[in-house]
Design a protein around this ligand. Structure first.
Ligand code: NAI
Length: 331
């Protein structure tokens, strides 16, 4: 099976290397087609998202992606956001489950965030009126966009045996964008008997998550809230080095970790490849390669359960390469 592989930048190439080594050692039936994007390709060819990458994704329908740096407050629009919008990958799915052996404040977190991935404050509707010193960033949501992400969360709940969905919003203040999202939930929930839906305002949700995360099962929310809440959830189970994700549309899916390019540790052999490996395991499951996915996941969990084999972010002292080697030994 051919899969487009996007190394990205920062720690991206280091963790992508690790996934390639583990997949090769496990004899995973994947043939990688490597194409990159971002500043690296811009410097080489003048293209932030090369046509060859777009063609490869259109052809293969599945990609695994390393993180790509976005300049803060200036420069080009996020390549990550552009890819999600270009391929209409409206569901950003981020499972967050306590890892056995990784010690955190909680030992019972098991939730999945569904983040709307194409609209809201990421719509790119930004105006700066420099004469009057006024900046507008418009959170445009559509009824269709809200309904399809809510439906995707309910469909996932139904097919994976989940019983509870929490819709997170700010409809008390955002009387339009917030209300449209809340109404999408109120319209769709009755179509799924047996799955309970409640709604929580985002500020309260943050407090609830850091004090009693075990009360949540599936969370569905708009783009920016989903971005923030999923990083918060990462903190509940061991940090950004361990949280995986998938961007899924109707016929194309790009799998990537929740974290970014981590410029503070790039090139030092310190990056934890678990989050990207978990995303690659999600990809295998999406491709119905359950046996090989189980095999790699078992080896990953076994490795994570011995603290000294883990990378520094998890309190261990292994490098990216040493951690990868241990996973391969545990396969
Ligand atoms: P970040 O997620 O890159 O890093 C935040 C902190 O977590 C840093 O201290 C970093 O060292 C640590 N960290 C992240 N991943 C790690 C890993 N695998 N192993 C060990 N430690 C890890 O977030 P930051 O610094 O806000 O963003 C850096 C760049 O990444 C920015 O340009 C941002 O736009 C971009 N970004 C890209 C994303 C993507 O490609 N999907 C997602 C988020 C951010």
């Amino acid at each position: 099976m051919k899969v487009t592989l996007i190394p990205g930048d920062g720690i991206g190439p280091e963790i992508v290397e690790s996934i390639k080594d583990i997949f090769a050692a496990a004899n995973a039936p994947i043939e990688w087609e490597e194409e990159n994007a971002g500043q690296i390709t811009f410097d080489q060819s003048g293209e932030l998202i090369p046509q060859s990458l777009i063609d490869s994704i259109n052809q293969n329908k599945i990609a695994l992606k390393g993180p790509i740096t976005t300049p803060v407050g200036k420069g080009f629009k996020s390549v990550n956001v552009q890819l999600r919008q270009k391929f209409d990958l409206y569901s950003n799915i981020r499972p967050c489950k306590t890892l056995p052996g990784v010690k955190t404040r909680f030992d019972n977190v098991n939730l999945v965030t569904f983040r709307e991935n194409t609209e809201g404050l990421y719509a790119g509707l930004e105006i700066f009126d420099s004469k009057n010193g006024i900046a507008d960033s418009i959170a445009r949501v559509t009824v269709e966009g809200c309904e399809r992400i809510v439906r995707a969360a309910f469909e996932y709940a139904k097919s994976h045996g989940h019983k509870k969905i929490t819709l997170v919003h700010k409809a008390n203040i955002l009387k339009n964008a917030g209300r449209v999202f809340l109404e999408a939930g109120q319209k769709i929930a009755p179509q799924y008997p047996g799955i309970e839906m409640n709604d929580v305002i985002v500020d309260n949700m943050c407090m609830q998550l850091v004090s009693r995360p075990e009360q949540f099962d599936i969370i569905v929310t708009t783009n920016l809230f989903g971005d923030i809440l999923s990083d918060l959830c990462a903190g509940l189970i061991g940090g950004l080095g361990v949280v995986s994700g998938a961007n899924i549309g109707n016929d194309i899916a790009i799998f990537e970790a929740v974290h970014g390019s981590a410029p503070d540790i790039a090139g030092q052999g310190l990056a934890n490849p678990t989050a990207l490996l978990g995303s690659a395991i999600m990809m295998l499951r999406h491709l119905n390669e359950q046996t090989i996915a189980d095999k790699i996941e078992d080896a990953m969990l076994k490795t994570l359960s011995v603290k000294e084999h883990c990378t520094r972010d998890l309190g261990g002292n292994s490098s990216t390469k040493e951690f990868t080697k241990k996973i391969i030994e545990n396969l």
